[in-house]
Design a protein around this ligand. Structure first.
Ligand SMILES: Nc1ncnc2c1ncn2[C@@H]1O[C@H](COP(=O)(O)OP(=O)(O)O)[C@@H](O)[C@H]1O
Ligand SMILES: [Mg+2]
Length: 262
C-alpha cells in the first residue's frame, strides 16, 4: 500500500563553518549525498562529526557556507512543513495534553475544523498505540511515550520527510528496541522519507535502507553502505551472522573515526 514519493533531496558540495570566539570551526567539509523519496536513511558517525549539523541543514534550520541543498529540485531556504523534525530531548509542551500537543501545529495553521484536527490526532495516537492517553499531560508519560507523541506530532503535519536526531538516545535499551520496531512499522505503512541520526551501529543497520557513515570532524559522508536485509524486519535479524558481520565492519570504521578525535 506504499504510495510513491518522488521527492528527492540532494546535498551537493556542502560546507558548513561556524564562527566561534576562538575562530572559524569547520563542522562539515565538502559533502554530497542524495536521498530518494520514501527511503529510510540512517546517518551514522562519531559524536561531534557534524550529524546534527547536516540534519539541521536538510531541515532548513541551519544555513550553509558553501554548496547547495535542493528538495524536489528547489533550493531549500528555511524550515518547511514538508520536512518535520524529531529531536532527542523531549520537546512536548508540558501545559498541553497529548492530543493538544499533536494538533498544535495544525491549530496554528487553522488546518481543517477543530473536529477534523482531533480526528487527525486520534489517527496518529492509534498508530503509536497511545489512544488511551489523549487527555494526559506529558509529565504523566514515560520517556518512550513522550517520544511516541513527538513522532505522532511530526507525522500529523503530514511531512514528506521526517528528520530524526537521535530520537531514542535517551531511552533505556529495551524501550529503544521497541521504538525501533514501532518506527519501522509506521514507516513501512507510509510513503515518508526518513533521515535518522544515530551513533549506534546496530540501530543504523536495523532501520536503514542505506547507512551514510560520516567521517570525524570536519564531517562528510565518507561511506554509503546499502543494507541488504529484506523487510519487514524483526529484532531477530540482529542475531543473524550477516547482521553481525556488517555491524563489526561499521563498528571498526566508526572506531577508527572516533580515535581521530579522541
Ligand atoms: N551553533 C554552533 N556554533 C559553533 N559550533 C557549532 C555549532 N553547532 C555545532 N558546532 C560544532 O560543529 C561540530 C559538529 O557538531 P554536531 O553537528 O552537533 O555533531 P554531532 O551531532 O555529530 O555530534 C562540533 O564540533 C560542534 O562543536
Ligand atoms: Mg548531534
Amino acid at each position: 500500500m506504499t504510495k510513491t514519493n518522488q521527492s528527492e533531496l540532494v546535498v551537493k558540495d556542502v560546507v558548513k563553518q561556524f564562527q566561534t570566539k576562538s575562530g572559524l570551526v569547520t563542522a562539515l567539509s565538502e559533502t554530497s549525498c542524495t536521498i530518494n523519496g520514501g527511503e529510510f536513511i540512517t546517518l551514522l558517525g562519531p559524536s561531534g562529526c557534524g550529524k546534527s549539523t547536516l540534519l539541521r541543514i536538510i531541515g532548513g534550520l541551519e544555513t550553509i557556507t558553501q554548496g547547495s541543498v535542493t528538495f524536489d529540485g528547489v533550493p531549500t531556504t528555511g524550515p518547511s512543513r514538508e520536512r518535520g523534525m524529531v529531536f532527542q530531548s523531549y520537546t512536548l509542551f508540558p501545559w498541553l495534553t497529548v492530543e493538544e500537543n499533536i494538533t498544535f501545529g495544525l491549530d496554528l495553521e487553522s488546518k481543517g475544523s477543530s473536529k477534523e484536527r482531533k480526528e487527525v490526532a486520534h489517527r496518529y495516537l492509534d498508530l503509536i498505540g497511545l489512544s488511551d492517553f489523549a487527555k494526559k499531560y506529558p509529565t504523566q508519560l514515560s520517556g518512550g511515550m513522550k517520544q511516541r507523541v513527538a513522532i505522532a506530532r511530526a507525522l500529523a503535519a503530514e511531512p514528506k520527510m521526517l528528520l530524526m536526531d537521535e530520537p531514542f538516545g535517551a531511552l533505556d535499551a529495551q524501550t529503544r528496541l521497541l521504538m525501533q520496531e514501532m518506527l519501522l512499522k509506521i514507516w513501512e505503512g507510509t510513503n515518508k522519507t526518513i533521515v535518522f541520526v544515530t551513533h549506534d551501529v546496530d540501530e543504523a543497520i536495523f532501520l536503514g535502507d542505506r547507512v551514510f557513515v560520516m567521517s570525524s570532524r570536519p564531517g562528510r559522508v565518507k561511506r554509503i553502505q546499502p543494507v541488504p536485509f529484506p523487510r519487514p524486519r524483526q529484532y531477530e535479524l540482529k542475531r543473524t551472522q550477516e547482521f553481525v558481520d556488517l555491524s563489526i565492519s561499521l563498528t571498526d570504521e566508526l572506531r577508527e573515526e572516533s580515535s581521530k578525535m579522541f
